[in-house]
Design a protein around this ligand. Sequence first.
Ligand code: UD1
Ligand code: CA
Length: 450
Amino acid sequence: MTTALIILGAGMGTRMNSELPKVLHAIGGAPMLVHAMRAGAALSPEKTVIVAGHGAEAVSRAALAYDPSAHTVLQTEQLGTAHAVAQAKPALDGFTGDAIVLYGDTPFIRPQTLEAMAAARREHDIVVLGFEAADAGRYGRLITAGDALDRIVEFKDANKEERAVTLCNSGVIAANSATLFDLIDAVGNENASGEYYLTDIIAIARSRGLSATVVRCDEAETLGVNSRAELIAAEADFQARARCNAIEDGVTLLAPETVFFAYDTILGRDTIIEQNVVFGPDVTVESGARIRAFSHLEGCHVSQGATVGPFARLRPGAELQENVHVGNFVEIKNAVVAEGAKVNHLTYIGDADIGARTNIGAGTITCNYDGVFKHRTTIGADAFIGSNTMLVAPVTIGNAAMTASGSVVTRDVPDGDLAVGRARQENKSGFALKMFEKLKKLKEKRAKDA
Ligand code: UD1
Ligand code: CA
C-alpha cells in the first residue's frame, strides 16, 4: 500500500511566544517537524505534504532540507484540523493510496506505532491512534464499542459521561486518501469551537457503513508541545530516552545525565563517553572509540580506537580514522585525519588532510581563510609539524617532512624536507643584564618624582 503523509503545522503556536513557527522549534537538534517526518518515513511515503500557516516559508525550507520531495501547502486561516487536511488535497491529486495525518508538534510517535496503524488499515477503513490518558484533560474522547470506533467527541462538546472516558485521540488518523477527502467534505463547523473538526469524520464514516478502529500507544508517544516549558520537558524526555537507548546498545556513559544527544547520534558498541559531552546532529562514533570529558561534536565521524578530548571540538566534516588522537583544546573542521595521526594540544585544523601517523605539534594552526576564500592544507604521512606552526593555506607538506617550531609556512614542503620559516636567533652577550639595570634606575627615578 502506498502512503502519503499529511503533517499539520499551521497553528499559530501562540503560547511559544516566538517568531519561529512552533513546528520548527528543535528537540535533539532537529525541528519537531523533522521528528514527525522521520517517524512517517517508516511507511516509505510516496508523498509528504506539510500544511503550514504562520512562517510557511521557513517551514517549507526546513521540510525540503530533510526531504527534497516534500510539498508544503498554505492554510491561510486556521479553521480547524479538517480544514487543514483539506488543504493537502490539491497536492495529492491523482494519488490513490493511504493518507496518514500527523501533527508537526507531536514529535515522539514511534515508527512501529505507524506500522501497527498501517497493518490495522488492512482490516478497517479508518484507523485512529488512541491512548489511555492519565489525565484526559481537554483531549478528544474516543467512543468505542468493542473493537469498533463509533465517533470522537471533542472535550468542549462532550457531556459528563463522554468526559469520563479516558481513551483519548492522539490526532493521528489513517485512511484511504480519497475516502478521507470525501469525508472531510461533509464536515461542518457547528460545534462549541466553531471549527471544522477532523475528528467528525469518524461518525460520518460510520453512518456511511465504513469501519473504524483504534490502535493504542503509550501516552508518552503522543506528547504535544504548546509552550516553551513543554518544549523543555519534551527535550528532557528525549534525552532520557536517548541515554537509555545508548546504554542498551552497549555504550558506556560515565555520567549519563551529563551527555546530550541529537536525534540522529550513532554510537557503536563499547564506545566510552565521558562526562559532559554534547552531540550535535550527524555524528557517528564507531565501536571502541572514547570521547573524553567536555567535548562537543557535530557533523563528524570518529573511527574505532580513536580518542577525542577532553575539551575537544569536532565540527562538520571532521573525519577521524582509526586510532587517531585528538587532545585538549583542539578544533577540527572539514578535515580528514588519517589513521594513527595525533593532534594533541591547542590546535585548529580546518579544511585539511592529515596523513597517517603524522604528529601535529601544540599550537598549530591551519590558516585556512584569507577573509574571502577558504583554502586547503594537505599534510602527508609520517610528517612532524613543530609546535606553533602556522600553515598558510593553500599549502602542501610532504610525507615524512618536518616544520620547525614557530614557523609560518607559506610554501609547499617536499617529502622528507625540513621547513624553517622564522627569524634566525641571535644572542647578544650581557645585553639582558644591562637592560635590567637601566630599567630599574628608571623605576627609582619615577618613584622619586611622584
Ligand atoms: C486535536 C484533536 C483532539 C486531540 C488532540 C490531540 C481535533 C478537532 N481535535 O485537538 O481530538 O485529542 O488534537 O492533541 O482534531 N492545526 C492546523 N490548522 C488548523 C488547526 C490545527 O494546522 O486549522 C494543527 C495544529 O498546528 C496542531 C494540530 O493541527 O499541530 C492540532 O491542532 P490543535 O488546535 O492543537 O488541536 P486540539 O484542539 O489540541
Ligand atoms: Ca493541541
